[in-house]
Design a binder for this molecule. Structure first.
Ligand code: ADP
Ligand code: ZN
Length: 530
């Protein structure tokens, strides 16, 4: 560090103005760029929209040689390269979508020193021909984009990305800059370790996105809830609706279109041409609602996305943050809205139980889900919870989330918790039978359903002891006990089971605070941002 020639400083500033047309660096960019221009390594944790790209693009233009950008986003390389070329930057990419001719042309330009930047898919690094090519080229820096993909702890681990750890072994003198928009302390540590960046310049931005209003409500009739949100607050706005499955993407898109809303589907099962056409309409036209699986969105730079709606529970807080972060890149008020229900928890647990990988992997997934549930069920400011998850502690309630705008009431829920846990305990004794939350709730409500009668559950002492709460409220109790670790859900039928902590509640040595379900969810007319 500190070896940067004085000329380089002017260079960075000039490139910012002349090529990118901006007057000033944003917070953090200058230090990062100076450090990399001077030949140092950097690790950049900056939220989506923070301006990470310039942090490697400018050093690549200031230093001599070609900047090599490792990126998993193959589908976006063409767009990224086109955008750079439009600015007069000499850029190219190498990935599996090219034919031999195209690849040869880029390789030739690279060796001739005619490229400022070349984008490379990580799996290319496994190909000996690629590493030999890089040996013969003059490289100004390596940029490792979406660096969280090297972290097993994270939500988006890609085995191919482990290849990037060989970069500094093979080319020890070339500076590296790793960048990501995901930054829990665990992921930060793992990236640092795997890429050996302990001595690098670490930049950690604030992860707050103050213009995004976070709202999480319970799922009743998801399509109707979504429609109300779009009609009352986001008529004519562009937005993204995330669904878990391809089938629900199709259903929801059809539903919105039938309601007169210009919606398009996007998921990995669609023909590549259809996907590309839908994506480009979303980017170029106004007011399109993209209904998508999480296959959509990484690297999409559309500034005026006014809302991101989740109709299914994200698998992790990291995922939730990334997906909601696609709203409001232009800094204007935007909504992050999530509807979730008990069924989501059951479904996610089932996915975890049946996921390939070892026990440690399943435990990690389960920890991620628990943190997401805790965020959903908190009575505190959502933003405070979110930022704390990313290691930013001690922030004040934000005034721009549902918890702040309409503080949820909490009440002493020890007795309902005990009623529910006693029911689960009794059902658990029926060794050869497995019952989900629905059966427990039917018993508490004293409903003589065929399944209740068949198993003689109307003879249990807990039958009918929960008529003081409605079904919806019981579902909320189940969700909150799950979120608090006082109940577990297992197996393919979503069987409820006690945890070690449940015993304390049953014994009466631990009390349980619960959040009261609001009669009506927050809408802009009742105090939203817009
Ligand atoms: P990220 O990769 O962190 O999500 P980008 O690099 O795509 O973010 O930047 C987000 C937007 O901010 C882009 O439109 C970019 O051109 C713009 N931007 C970045 N740095 C600056 C700057 N110093 N001044 C003005 N705009 C900037
Ligand atoms: Zn808040």
């Amino acid at each position: 560090t500190g070896t940067r020639p004085p000329a380089a400083e002017a260079g960075a500033e000039e490139v910012l103005r002349r090529i990118f047309g901006y007057d000033a660096f944003r917070s953090g960019q200058r230090e990062i760029i100076d450090h990399v221009v001077g030949g140092g390594d950097a690790l950049v944790l900056m939220p989506t929209g923070g301006g990470k790209s310039l942090c490697y693009q400018i050093p690549a233009l200031v230093r001599s040689g070609t900047g090599v950008v490792i990126s998993p986003l193959i589908a976006l390389m063409q767009d990224q390269v086109d955008a750079l070329r439009a600015l007069g930057v000499r850029a190219g990419f190498l990935n599996s979508t090219q034919d031999v001719g195209e690849r040869r042309a880029v390789e030739g330009a690279l060796l001739a020193g005619e490229l400022d930047l070349v984008y490379l898919a990580p799996e290319r690094l496994r190909v000996e021909a690629t590493t030999r090519l890089l040996d013969r080229a003059s490289i100004s820096l390596f940029a490792i984009d979406e660096a969280h993909c090297v972290a097993q702890w994270g939500h988006d681990f890609r085995p191919d990305y482990l290849q990037v750890s060989m970069l500094h072994e093979r080319w020890p003198t070339v500076p590296r800059i790793a960048l990501t928009a995901t930054a829990t302390p665990e992921t930060h540590r793992e990236i640092t370790a795997r890429l050996e960046l302990a001595d690098a310049h670490h930049h950690v931005s604030s992860f707050d996105r103050p213009n995004i209003q976070y709202r999480i409500e319970s799922k009743k009739e998801p399509k109707a809830q979504l429609l109300e949100l779009l009609r009352t607050e986001h008529a004519g706005d562009a937005g993204i609706v995330y669904c878990l499955s391809r089938a629900s993407v199709e259903r929801v898109a059809e539903f919105l279109v039938a309601q007169g809303i210009p919606a398009l589907p996007y998921h990995a099962g669609l023909d590549a041409r259809v996907r590309a056409a839908n994506q480009s309409r979303f980017l170029r036209e106004d007011g399109i609602v993209m209904v998508a699986t999480i296959a959509f969105g990484m690297g999409i730079d559309k500034p005026d996305v006014r809302f991101v709606a989740h109709l299914d529970l994200p698998k992790s807080v990291e995922g939730y943050y990334q997906e909601t972060g696609r709203a409001g890149r232009d800094g204007q008020p935007s909504t992050a809205w999530l509807a979730y229900g008990l069924q989501d928890v059951v479904q996610q647990r089932r996915l975890i139980d049946s996921s390939p990988g070892d026990a440690a992997h399943r435990r990690r997934l389960s920890t991620h889900l628990d943190a997401m549930l805790a965020l959903c069920e908190t009575v505190e400011c959502r933003r405070v919870g979110l930022l704390a998850y990313f290691g930013q502690h001690g922030t004040q309630p934000c005034g721009n989330c549902d918890s702040c705008l309409r503080p949820p009431e909490s009440f002493d829920g020890t007795i309902p918790a005990q009623k529910l846990l006693s029911t689960v305990l009794r059902l658990d004794r029926e060794r050869n039978q497995r019952f989900g939350a629905g059966q427990s709730i039917d018993i508490l409500l004293g409903r003589r359903t065929p399944k209740v009668e068949q198993h003689r559950h109307d003879a249990l002492s807990v039958f009918g002891i929960g008529t003081d709460l409605r079904e919806l409220e019981w579902r909320a109790v189940v969700r909150q006990l799950l979120a608090q670790g006082l109940l577990a859900v297992q197996g393919e039928h979503g069987t409820l089971a006690l945890t070690e902590a449940s015993a304390e509640v049953l014994r009466g040595s631990r009390s349980v605070a619960l959040r009261r379900e609001p009669a009506r969810p927050l809408r802009s007319s009742t105090g939203g941002a817009r």
